[in-house]
Design a protein around this ligand. Sequence first.
Ligand SMILES: *[C@@H]1O[C@H](CO)[C@@H](O)[C@H](O)[C@H]1NC(C)=O
Ligand SMILES: *[C@@H]1O[C@H](CO)[C@@H](O)[C@H](O)[C@H]1NC(C)=O
Length: 357
Amino acid sequence: MLPAVAACLRLFPVYRRRWRVFVTVISLALLIIFLISGHLEEHLSWALPIFYSAPSHLSSSPILNVPVPPFLLSPVKACLSPPLLLILVSSAPSHRDRRDAIRQTWGSLSSSTEFASLTLFVLGVPKSPVERAALVHEAVTHRDIIQANFTDSYQNLTLKTLTGLSWALEKCQEAQYLLKTDDDVFVNTPSLSKFLREHNGLMYLGRVHWHVSPDRDPESRHYTSYELYAGDHFPPYCSGTGYVLSQAAARHLLQEAGSGPWPTVEDVYVGILARAAGIAPRHIAKIAGSIIVPHNSCCYRTMFTSHRITPRRMQEAWYMLKEADNHWCPPLTLLYCKLMGQGVENGDVYEPLLENR
Ligand SMILES: *[C@@H]1O[C@H](CO)[C@@H](O)[C@H](O)[C@H]1NC(C)=O
Ligand SMILES: *[C@@H]1O[C@H](CO)[C@@H](O)[C@H](O)[C@H]1NC(C)=O
C-alpha cells in the first residue's frame, strides 16, 4: 500500500508537496492537542524515575518518626472497614459550609460501596474558643474530623498535611491509597477509585509542577528562606489541590520528614520528601491542579479533580455526575476542559483557605 502511494507521489510532485504540508499540519495539531490536554507531560513524567535514586529502604518499625503534635480528634472507627482510597481534605475551621457540601456530595461514598472511598477532614486548633467548641460538636456529629494540637493557620498548612498523612499511616494502614486535597475541590470519587483499582505499586500521582523557583521575597506568603531550601528550583512536585500517594509511598516520604521548620508550601515540601525518598511524581492529565474547568457535566465526568468549586457548585457538579451516567462525552472533552479552564497563578492556589479569617 505505502510503496504504491510513494510511487504515485513521485509521479506527481505537486501532490508530494501537498502531502508534506498535510503531514506537517496533522503532526503539529496532534502535538498541540497532546500539549494542552496534558498527555505530553504524562509521557514525559514516565521518564522522571531515571533521575531519581532507587526508593530508600523502609524501616521495619511501625512507629513513625514524624514530629506531629498529638491528635485531639481521631475518627478511628471510620477505618474499621478499610477503604481503597482514603481522602484527606485540608480544611479551615470556618469552612463548615464547604465540609457540609463535600459530605453531601463526593464525600458521601463510604468504604462499603463499590467505589470504596472514605473522606476525612484535617484541621488544627481554631484560634477562637467558639470555633473550637463548634468543631468538637461537628466532629461528634459526623465522626470525620482529624485534629492535631497545633494552631490552625496558613503558615501551618504543611503541618496539616503531615498530620493527615501520619494519621493515615498509623490508624488506617489498610487504605491502599491516600488523596490529599482541599475543601474547594470537586473530586470525581467514582472515576478516581476505578482508576486506582486498576493500578498498584509505589505511587505519587497528580498534576506535576516541573520547574518552580523558591519565592525569596520575605514579604510573600510563599517565602522560602535559604535555610529551608537552598536550591534554585524545587524538585518536580504534584499540585496540592489533589495528589495521590500509595500507602507505601507515603511511608517512604514521611520517613524523610525532618523535625521542621518546613517550607510553608505543603505540596512543595511533599515533592522535596519524594525526591529524598526516591519516588518520582507521575503526571496525570485528569487531575486539574490549579486549573478551573468549565462548569459542565462532561468536564466533571472526565476530570478526577476540579478546583475552586463553591459549595453550591459542588452540589450541582455532583448532580450532573449522577444524572449523566450514560450520557456520551466527545473524545476531545479533556482538551476542551483544559483549554477552557483558566490557569490560576501558583500563588493563588491557597487563597480560598484564607477567606473569612
Ligand atoms: C495542646 O497544646 C497546648 C500548648 O500548645 C497545651 O497547653 C495543651 O495541653 C495541649 N493539649 C493536649 C491535649 O495535648
Ligand atoms: C503552628 O502551630 C504551632 C503549634 O501549635 C504553633 O506554635 C505556631 O504558632 C503555629 N504557627 C502559626 C504561624 O500559627
